[in-house]
Design a protein around this ligand. Structure first.
Ligand SMILES: CC(=O)N[C@H]1[C@@H](OP(=O)(O)O)O[C@H](CO)[C@@H](O)[C@@H]1O
Ligand SMILES: [Mg+2]
Length: 565
């Protein structure tokens, strides 16, 4: 590293001193904290992003958001060149950089890491970083801190994409690195065109039931609602009304609104009431990477029928399975070139047991990973078609490049030998799905469009979807403990290995309940232990979660509040 580079980093790092008494951790989804305490972290993440771009030789992304967290929080995460989350082996370095006590030790760490990773800081190659932020008030000043961090590495270029959803930024990074058009209007164009293509292929004989073309959306008072207002003007065959956009002005981001609130509290978001009874409603989270559906109950306006990530996944899995079946119906198209596809469904232990049973009954391969999209995404990428969702509504469908190129070939063959056949249409539909659904990361907007077109294709009402299977009653609790890292788990977080004896206690409690299932794990985003329980009735699930929480409290010896989520 040249002297000029060293002193530039030192001078700029001095402008962003580390706040006292806070330890930063890259965690499940990047750094998160009070937005007013984050400028040093964001500055340092800017430097980190530049190093990541130099290391990989491609553009990377830097997104400023704290998703569903309160408006006063903010956060920062890095998107890798393929649009996915930053490689996990860089997380310890991210933590060390964020917590370096002063500018000198910060620069020392950068130097050391650059050497270890073989990153040349001479200026023959320059880093490119795409920047995005959500609507949070601290976003603008944090964006400046990020730009300063990027500038701290000589020759680096930052491209400000403005206020965008998290999935838009990931999509832009991926598209840019694949040499494709990568602006926001390209994103809207790709989504609306593939949606139109799928809508045009809905069989004429299918009659749409009830309010099939009408959708009410809760935008969480954030960026997602604003973007959907833009996107919906490009759509035909679907009437979307968006409530709780950031532009409508009154509501506060994520306060009593949004996918996290709706899924956890199982109540309608603000501004939804008696007029919406019976309608199909969807809710996005604060940065629009989560999506859940709900319907306000006819009997009690303050309760809802929730359609969570598990049921969205199940709908997608059914559709993909049906299209693959049509694709390979060789007797109808006279061809014998079956295109095999290894389909995998990826969930976490939080997936409702009824959904896992349902998916297995469909004959699908279902695997569980630890919590966090980075784990699910990686697993799903091992399949020709990998469908992953967290119960909270974050997920997507990944298509392997290999499968897509074979599908394209088969589609072309069918176009010349058997145009308009069921197999041909299935090939075209699958290709359109791969363009509609975000290949970089879970995306509420693209997920919503796919749900809508699949419901219309199946001729399904909201009621049909809700009845796909009955969720098992469940309960989640949080337990505050002295040291959450004392809990170590295995088997995709379903079994505790430490502290010794806790798993036996959980097993003994669970055995008391019909259809009982229970596990505990330390949260990666909050300083708590999460307890999840399922059983045949709500009372039983509540009781199982409560007694296991008491065991956790007892084993980890710190008797404080337990809060229902
Ligand atoms: C039970 C639950 O919903 N956990 C969430 C939550 O992680 P925890 O590690 O459980 O705090 O936040 C993550 C990031 O948004 C999300 O990926 C995950 O699903
Ligand atoms: Mg989010």
């Amino acid at each position: 590293m040249t002297e000029e580079q060293c002193s530039l980093l030192l001078d700029s790092a001095s402008l962003f001193p580390l706040p006292h008494g806070v330890t930063f951790s890259y965690g499940t989804a990047g750094f998160r904290a009070d937005g007013l305490k984050l400028s040093s972290t964001v500055f340092r993440a800017g430097v980190l992003a530049a190093l990541r771009s130099l290391k990989t030789g491609y553009a990377v992304g830097l997104m400023i958001t704290a998703s569903h967290n309160p408006i006063t929080d903010n956060g920062i995460k890095i998107a890798d060149p393929d649009g996915g989350m930053m490689a996990q082996d860089w997380e310890p370095f991210a933590d060390a950089l964020a917590n370096a006590p002063d500018p000198q030790s910060f620069v020392k760490l950068v130097l050391h890491f650059a050497k270890e990773e073989n990153i040349s800081l001479s200026t023959e190659r320059s880093a490119v970083i795409l920047l995005g932020r959500d609507t949070r008030p601290t976003g603008e000043s944090l964006l400046e801190a990020a730009k300063q961090g990027i500038k701290g590495i000589i020759g680096s270029v930052s491209l400000d994409m403005g206020i965008v959803t998290t999935p838009q930024l990931h999509w832009m990074v991926r598209s840019k690195n694949m040499g494709m058009k990568a602006s926001e209007s390209d994103y809207f164009m790709q989504l609306s065109e593939s949606f139109r293509c799928l809508m045009n292929m809905i069989p004429k004989e299918i009659t749409v039931k009830g309010n099939a073309t009408q959708l009410m959306v809760d935008g969480a008072n954030g960026v997602g609602g604003d973007k959907l207002e833009q996107l919906k003007t490009l759509l035909t065959g679907l009437q979307i009304q968006v409530k709780n956009t950031s532009k409508q002005g009154e509501g506060i981001l994520n306060e009593g609104v949004g996918a996290d609130y709706v899924q956890k509290e199982k109540v309608p978001p603000r501004c939804f009431g008696p007029n919406d009874i019976g309608l199909r409603c969807a809710s996005l989270d604060g940065d629009a990477d989560r999506l859940v559906y709900f319907r306000i109950s006819k009997i009690n306006c303050s309760s809802i029928d929730l359609v969570d990530g598990d049921k969205i996944l199940s709908l997608f899995a059914l559709f993909i399975k049906a299209q693959l079946h049509c694709l390979n119906k060789s007797e109808s198209d006279g061809l014998n070139n079956v295109l095999p596809a290894r389909v995998g469904v990826v969930q976490t232990a939080y997936a409702n047991g009824a959904s896992t049973d349902y998916l297995k009954q469909l004959g699908l391969e279902v695997v569980l990973t630890p919590t966090g999209v980075k784990y699910l995404h990686k697993k799903a990428a091992e399949y020709d078609i990998g469908i992953y969702f967290e119960a909270n509504g974050h997920g997507t469908i990944l298509f392997s490049e290999y499968f897509l190129s074979n599908l394209q070939k088969k589609g072309n063959d069918l176009a010349s030998s058997n145009a308009g056949s069921e197999s041909h249409k299935a090939a075209l539909r699958l290709l359109a799905v791969s363009k509609l659904i975000n290949q970089a990361v879970g995306d509420a907007l693209s997920g919503l469009l796919l749900v809508e077109v699949v419901l219309q294709y199946m001729g399904w009402s909201m009621q049909n979807w809700i009845e796909l299977y009955d969720d098992l009653p469940s309960r989640q609790l949080k337990v505050k403990v002295a040291d959450r890292t004392a809990v170590i788990t295995t088997n995709a977080e379903t079994k505790v290995v430490q502290p010794f004896g806790l798993q036996e206690a959980i097993d003994a409690e669970t055995a008391k309940y019909h259809k009982g299932r229970c596990f505990v794990r330390p949260s990666g985003t909050e300083d708590i232990i999460r307890v999840y329980a399922e059983a045949f009735s709500q009372e039983a699930a509540d009781s199982l979660a409560r007694s296991v929480s008491q065991h956790v409290d007892h084993f980890l010896g710190f008797r404080t509040s337990q809060k229902s989520t």
